[in-house]
Structures are given as structure tokens and as C-alpha cells.
Write a protein that binds this ligand. Sequence first.
Ligand SMILES: Cc1ncc(C[n+]2csc(CCOP(=O)(O)OP(=O)(O)O)c2C)c(N)n1
Ligand SMILES: [Mg+2]
Length: 1068
Amino acid sequence: MLYSLKKTVDAVVKNFRTKMFHLRTCAAKLRPLTASQTVKTFSQNRPAAARTFQQIRCYSAPVAAEPFLSGTSSNYVEEMYCAWLENPKSVHKSWDIFFRNTNAGAPPGTAYQSPLPLSRGSLAAVAHAQSLVEAQPNVDKLVEDHLAVQSLIRAYQIRGHHVAQLDPLGILDADLDSSVPADIISSTDKLDLAVFKERLRMLTVGGFYGLDESDLDKVFHLPTTTFIGGQESALPLREIIRRLEMAYCQHIGVEFMFINDLEQCQWIRQKFETPGIMQFTNEEKRTLLARLVRSTRFEEFLQRKWSSEKRFGLEGCEVLIPALKTIIDKSSENGVDYVIMGMPHRGRLNVLANVIRKELEQIFCQFDSKLEAADEGAGCKFNCLPHQARRCSAHLGMYHRRINRVTDRNITLSLVANPSHLEAADPVVMGKTKAEQFYCGDTEGKKVMSILLHGDAAFAGQGIVYETFHLSDLPSYTTHGTVHVVVNNQIGFTTDPRMARSSPYPTDVARVVNAPIFHVNSDDPEAVMYVCKVAAEWRSTFHKDVVVDLVCYRRNGHNEMDEPMFTQPLMYKQIRKQKPVLQKYAELLVSQGVVNQPEYEEEISKYDKICEEAFARSKDEKILHIKHWLDSPWPGFFTLDGQPRSMSCPSTGLTEDILTHIGNVASSVPVENFTIHGGLSRILKTRGEMVKNRTVDWALAEYMAFGSLLKEGIHIRLSGQDVERGTFSHRHHVLHDQNVDKRTCIPMNHLWPNQAPYTVCNSSLSEYGVLGFELGFAMASPNALVLWEAQFGDFHNTAQCIIDQFICPGQAKWVRQNGIVLLLPHGMEGMGPEHSSARPERFLQMCNDDPDVLPDLKEANFDINQLYDCNWVVVNCSTPGNFFHVLRRQILLPFRKPLIIFTPKSLLRHPEARSSFDEMLPGTHFQRVIPEDGPAAQNPENVKRLLFCTGKVYYDLTRERKARDMVGQVAITRIEQLSPFPFDLLLKEVQKYPNAELAWCQEEHKNQGYYDYVKPRLRTTISRAKPVWYAGRDPAAAPATGNKKTHLTELQRLLDTAFDLDVFKNFS
Ligand SMILES: Cc1ncc(C[n+]2csc(CCOP(=O)(O)OP(=O)(O)O)c2C)c(N)n1
Ligand SMILES: [Mg+2]
């Protein structure tokens, strides 16, 4: 302890010395400067507001010669000097005289005059002060005392929150650290004068600040970095401490001094330090009470009616509802008209009812176990069993447009559906917010904003919170500030915070982005409303994230069925004694005469009646309409009864002109005087040659697909790590001028006069966060192609939660269609176990089609119906042309499904992996299956083996077949769309080769890749008439060997198996 104190003091002294040196150098440098140069030098470190000086003065005295400037005072002197430059009256008279004397050229050691008593200000005294006298011996003490007071103020600003009374239960400190910071005079028991005095004594007499009790009534000048003075520029120490206590150590704990922007710090100081700033009108108090009534009585109503249902009630944090409403009111007042929210389980129904204002009967009817779920909503065949529908109630989304009663402005509120996985919805909400901002041209976040709610344990524990914070200020991902609200009930299920996190507060993660954090005791509703107002103002002023930490408690167990006393006996003994916040606040307002008891009771019975009436109406509901629970309706995309507008897909081909035009732009630099890298010139030249030859490679095919959709008004957003250039340096969608820093050009945005914009953005190194974000972006509109590319396909596993919880089952769970595209580089290139496999087996295992049931192949539009029924589409294209088609089909389909594409690596440059324009002209389509079209197809009866494969191995197989001269004996058919499985086309292929045995060939290990998915479906296709053999690698734990030689041996073995026509004989 002593050691650390000494270290702190040493550091402080060192700092002062450095500052002193700086001041001396500063003074020395300043002497020959002109007045305007002086101003410039001093204004550099000051806020914008302080940059205009009324009077310009030169600080030219050799200050080093002043006796009191030889120690630790330079910081303070500099502060005084800056203040004096702005307004000579703002500093103490003695400083005024000192600076005037130095400016007048007073000789060293003579500029200082002893201060006059504050109370005496006569003309005579002033006259006396203006004459130069010798420095007085008590000068050091004066300066050091001022410095001490300044340090004290700063200590409160930095660490006051540690002693703020944040816990309504008074048990745990919200910050897990019960010690009082050594440089704060406050004690947790501030009312106890003896404790107060003792603490002061420890810090003063020969201690930290060098002040003593007698200094308490001395008046000190206040630095410009505090607002506690209000109109006063000096205050007695006793009052300074009292005001600091009021600002920083009551029911609000403000954490902000880590923010490295002076203007922002000043803004916050002003919001919390200005005396009397936290005032509420009686009207505001009554509104707050009414909102607390609703919040509290809603939970009570549910408890009365459905006492055995789990609802993750809000009891203990009822203040959340008025808190959110205050944030929304204030934001609406500042111009926001669309608020997108994401939240976990706790209090969700209450938020739906009382913030979003979902009709109560819609909420209540979910508890009715007899209710049938109907979903004509988004045209999905979702048929949710009643209990499943009810289980969804804690997670379904919501969208509601209404008038904000406080501001009388229209406001749309949407609550994004979330899975049970805590915090997973965070990036999704951000992405949706970004999209809504994008579509309404809100480039600064003035109209659309997001609010994210969190639990304390989840906020601290889930890494996605950190990943999402890191998106908050990135140009292509920022939503210009999110207000985060933490329901900090100081427990996570049964786990105590002391076992759940290593940081003092659950909110510390927010510090990484310099977000201010306002901790507040939730049993003080007015304090809560105040911080919520400030948080909303912060967001609309600085457009940066901010956190409101509602320190509260959880009155019941984790849910209403749970017994909390098993694990938190002492806490719950206290909770049992805890008066509900509504009762406390009502008593306060009654005692203040703001409301009377009958008015209060009237408010309660009014709301209870509303609930009862809605309950009665909910009994009339026969069907649960899931469409009422959509968070992003897509007006106009479906018919009125929620069906797709057609069940067909037009040709995805393009005219030769369009292909050529896009190809030409893709191989040029469409702006003047732009120098690109020599290597890139060669790449563009090759592209140009391809266009002349009417062919495309992978990158050009992608260009064609994107460029043509942009022409059709479809916004395209491609995001992921290094996507602008492409991990494999094949894409080059952003050109960089080699001579001008940061000058870039995106040719894709120079294609057509009225095209839709193209966004391509390198992302942060986060898969979970970025994929979630893009999923959210894709939610907002069906008329955008949103793609996320993994750097290598295997990295998608760190985004598994988004895939498992949202992308795969999203429509089934929430009736939400989503057309997001995942580009997952995949392929065994001998690069070892990392980077080889995008894990196709996992995606295929999650497809919802039945392997054992042959669908009705004669059904009209079989292929489209299949797509309509599936949960997602999984493809592995072997040609650029097919890749082009599948991207375009994604938008031309009359509904939206997630699309998973395993993309190649070596095929990006493979000379055979090229497509002719002919494969992309009008009338052409995506080929779900590419049948054999060589000699084998001419004489199918002669074919001995029909090999099925997908992706890049096709090129190995054709090369080997040619080498073995088996082109007539072995047919090779590519399955390009793995899921939904093309039963119809494959049946035709099998029927075409009556004498062929069937084999599936893949380069992936047997327990991986596609085999387990394809085999049973192929067997079903042929009514199990023949075996389906396997030619591929053996099962393995890792996706690939780390040894190149082994890799090649394995490859050769699988090719040997594929072409050895006797190999399966022994197994027949
Ligand atoms: C990713 C994830 N892990 C675990 C859980 C299980 N779980 C549900 S609620 C909960 C505790 C959450 O505590 P907190 O975030 O403080 O919210 P509270 O319930 O206290 O409001 C846990 C562990 C979950 N839902 N999601
Ligand atoms: Mg909690």
C-alpha cells in the first residue's frame, strides 16, 4: 500500500517536473513570438470553445526565475495562464497581477505580489497590488494548496464513482472493489462526521494533499476543468468537497475520465457538476410515476394471471421502462424517428407492452395454450405448435409505428427477434440500424438509432459485446452511436458477479471505445431519468456509444419458478425486505405534494383496468398471427396475404452488351489521373483480354453479377476481412492511387448513370460480429444483395452462433426471410488442416430436406418450390458462369433464402475454370446439376461408372480420366446445388446411364464434406436400386494432412479409386 502510494506520488512529481520543463521551454520559446503565434501555441491543447481569445497577450517573463515556479506548480500555472489569457478576471487577483507584471517585463523574481484577502477589494488594495514587491515566503504554500485542490477535484472526477451509492441493496459495491480510493476524502458513510474527519486527516496532515482541516474554510480558485462553481470562480474547500460529493458520490457514478477528448470530458463534467442541474418539474415527476405504475403493475398482472409461467420478469428493475422511454423521448426530440432495439429475456414482455406499445391482448394471448398459430405473415409455411409459439414469446421481434406522446412526433420502434443466446443479437441490431440509415440517406445517424439492452453477466462475459463495440466507429459499420442499457441486477442466473467477471464493473468493456458509462442506483428513479437524458443527448451530440448501467436487483429467481435462496441467501434476505421502487417513489412524491394518495391509487386502478380489458379481449383471439411479430416487414415484396408474387424465376442471363460493358469497366480505371500499381495494370489487362475473348474467370463473373444487379437498382454490400482486394488478390474492387495517399476508386460505382450504390468494405477481424451485422443489414430490405465473405471458410466457426441461431432456423423461428450470402473459400490445396475446409458437412447437416423421401418430381416449378421450402441453399459451383447465375438468382427469386457458397481458391486462376459469355446470355440459368457432356454422354450405354462430384475435384477427375483414356467409360456429373437436393435432375442422369455403377467422389475426408448428405439422397433418388460407392479420403479428425506429400498421395489414391472399375467388385 505504502509502496504504491509512493509510486503514485513519484509519478505525480515526475509529471509536474515534465510540465515545469515544458512551461519553461514554452516561456523561452514564447518570448520572440508574435502575439498571434502565442495564441496558436496555447490554443493547441484547448477545446474549440476556448480558442477565441478576446485579448492577446505575450507571456514573456523569464518564469524560471520565479521562486514558486521551481517545483511542482507549472501545470497549475499554465492552467491559470490560459484562463487569464481568456479572461483576466477569471483568475485570482494575485495571478492577474503576476501575469500583467510579467507581460510588462518585470525583472526575474519580482513579478509576483502577495495575494490580498479575498474579502477586501478596495481600490486602495488594488493600487497596492499593482506595485511590484518581493515574493512572500508563503507563496509556495498557496500554489501547492491550489494544486492540491485541483488534484482533489480531479480525483473525484476520476474515481468518485467508486464511492457513489449505487447498490439499492447496499450489499455489494457495483464495482466489486469495496475500498475507497486513497485520494478521495469521501467515505461510504459520508454522514458520519468523525469518519469524514479521520479520512481528511489521513489525506492531509503531511499526507496526500498537504491540506489540513484549517484549510476547509479557505477559498480556492476553481480550475476551468470543473463546473461545480456554477457562477462562482472560487469556493471554500468545504463547499468544493460538498459539491464534488453531490456530483460524483450520490446515486450516480460517472465513469468518463478515460475519454481522450477534452471537449467530451468537459461536456460530461458540465452535465453532472453544474449545481442544481438535476431538476425535474412536477409534470415530469408525475409522468415518471405513471410509467413506473405501468411497469410494475404489468408484471404483477402477469404474475396474478399466469403464476406458473416463466416470464423473466423485471421486478427489481421496473425503472427500465421509464428509462427506455426517456431515452426515446429525448432522442425523438432531437430528430430521431426510428429506434431499433435489441434485448435479452429480462423484461422483454414489459418492454413490448409499455415501450413499444404492442397491444396487450397480443401479448396475453400467447399464454393461451389452446391457441392455434397461423402464419400467413411472410408467406412461410411455418406452423408453430402452440407451446412452441409461446416459447417464442420471449424472443419474437416487433415493429410498431406510433406518435410519441411527449414530443408529438411520429416514431417507429422495432425490437429485433433474438435467440436465447445472450448478446448474439447485438451486431444484428447494429446491422439493421446501419441498413435503415443507409436506405433513408441518414449518413450521420440523426434519424435512425439503436438501443441495446444487456444483462450484467452477459455484458461482461460474452465476447460478442466486445466485437460489436469494435464495429461502432468503423466507417462502413458505424451506426453513429448506440445507447447501451445494462440491467445490472448483480447476478447472472445463480452466479455471483465475483465469480462471473474479473473487471470491476460489468460495463468495463465499453471503455475500449471511449464510451462514457453512467452507473446509477435504480431505486432513485429521478437519477435514472437524468442519466438517460444525458445519454440520449450524448448520442445526439457526439454520435458515439454510451452506457447506462442500471444497478438494481432481481426480486425473484432467474425466472419465476426458480428458488434464489439456494445460492444467494443473504442477498435474498435483503431483497425480501426491499420496498419496491414504485412504492418508494410514490411515497416521496406524496410527501413532496406532487401527487396525493388518491391520485396515485387512481393511476394504478386505471392501468389495472386496461390490463383486465385486454385480457378479456385476448380470450377472443382464436389464432396467433405470427405476422404481428415481424421486426422488419418488407412492404410490397409479398402479396397482401404474404405470398411470393410468383413461383418462378426469370432467366439470370444478360445481353452481350451488358456483359461487355461491365467487363470493360472491370478492366479499366474509370477516373482521370489515377495511377494504379503495375501488377494491377497487368491483371486489368488480362481481364480486358478475357472480355475480348468473351470469357470470364471467377472474379469477372462476380463483377458481372454485381454490376448487372446494380443496374437493376439492387444495392450490393460485400463485407468481410480484406474483401476489397480479395484474400487471394483476385478481386481488386477498390483501386488505390499509388501516388496519393488514401485516394481510391471503386469502378463498380462507375458502371451506369442511375445505378444502385455498391459498398465493399474490409471488416474488422471479427467473424461473429461482422456476420451478425451483415445478417442484420440484410433484414432491412429484400432488394439488396448482402454478402459476407470469410477469409478462409473454416473461420466461419467463430460465427457459429449467428449461423446456428439465426441463419439456419431464422425463418422457422421468427417467420423472417433473409437473403444473406456467405462466401466460404473451401478446398483441399495441400495447405494443411487450417484453411482447407469450410465444413460443408455442417451446413448440409442442418438442411431441412428429408433424405429418405422422394419429393413429387412432377410438381410444376419443382425447383422453385424446393427452394421455397428449404431453410437455406447450399452450392459449390465449378464454373464462374454458374457462380454468376447463382448470385443473380438470389435476387431474381420471388422470396429470400440464405445462400451458402463454397468458393474456390486455386480455381480462381485455373485456366480451365473459365466460362464463355455464351453460358451467361439471355435464356441461360443457374445449373443445379452440370451433366456429363463429353463422349460418355454420346454413348451412355457404354458408360461403366457414373461419378458424381461437386466443386474443384471435378478438374482433378477430368484430368485423370483423360490421362487414363477413359472418357467413354466414366461419366462425371457435377452437383452444383447440393441443397435443396436436385432429385429430379439426378434421376435423369442415373437413368441415362443404365449400365453404370454409381459413385460419389470428393476430396474431403469421408466423415466430412458432402458424402453423408449426398449418399442417402442419391439412394432415395434411385429407390435404392443400386449401391452408391465412395471414392475419397478416409475418415479423419483433422480436415487435411499437414504434409504436402501425404496430401498428394491421398489425392492420387482417391483418383485411383475413382477410375479403377474393379475396385468395388469385392464389395458387391
Ligand atoms: C450464450 C448464452 N449462454 C448461456 C445462457 C444461459 N443463461 C440464460 S440467462 C443467464 C444469466 C444471464 O445473466 P445476466 O446477463 O446478468 O441477465 P439476467 O438474467 O440477470 O437479467 C444464462 C447464463 C444463454 N442464454 N446464452
Ligand atoms: Mg444479471
